[in-house]
Design a protein around this ligand. Structure first.
Ligand code: AMP
Length: 113
């Protein structure tokens, strides 16, 4: 079966794609936690931010810039939004392919639960 998000990149599992380029894919979260909730992933498999090294610097930059672009596409730039990267058990990570959550469309609370 392999990695769920790698299967989305390979278009073997459908997703509502918001943005795609050579380096990254962004799609709507199936279980949205805000009126707008998308995930931005590097196409190259990287398990978690904890596994990132300097070799991934450009890829991480592309992922963050894509998150900014996704927020703009979703109409969140003016109202504001949050980017979240969960890592490991305490961080609440459930899919082990690095992803940046883009959340917006309502006032988000702080600190997160
Ligand atoms: P995390 O808990 O940070 O690892 O986030 C994983 C996210 O992936 C959750 O918000 C899930 O709702 C989302 N998710 C799981 N499966 C899919 C899928 N097939 N398509 C889109 N989003 C998904």
């Amino acid at each position: 079966m392999g990695c769920l998000f790698c299967n989305i990149v390979a278009k073997k599992i459908p997703a509502e794609i918001v943005l795609e380029n050579e380096h990254v894919l962004a799609f709507k979260d199936v279980n949205p936690q805000a009126p707008s909730h998308a995930l931005v992933i590097p196409k190259q498999h990287l398990t978690a931010i904890a596994e990132a090294t300097r070799e991934h610097a450009a890829l991480l930059g592309e992922t963050m810039l894509a998150a900014r672009e996704v927020a703009e596409k979703l109409g969140l730039t003016e109202s504001g939004y949050r980017l979240v990267v969960n890592n490991g058990a305490d961080g609440g990570q459930s899919v082990f392919h690095l992803h940046v959550h883009v959340l917006g469309g309502r006032q988000l609370g702080w600190p997160p639960g």
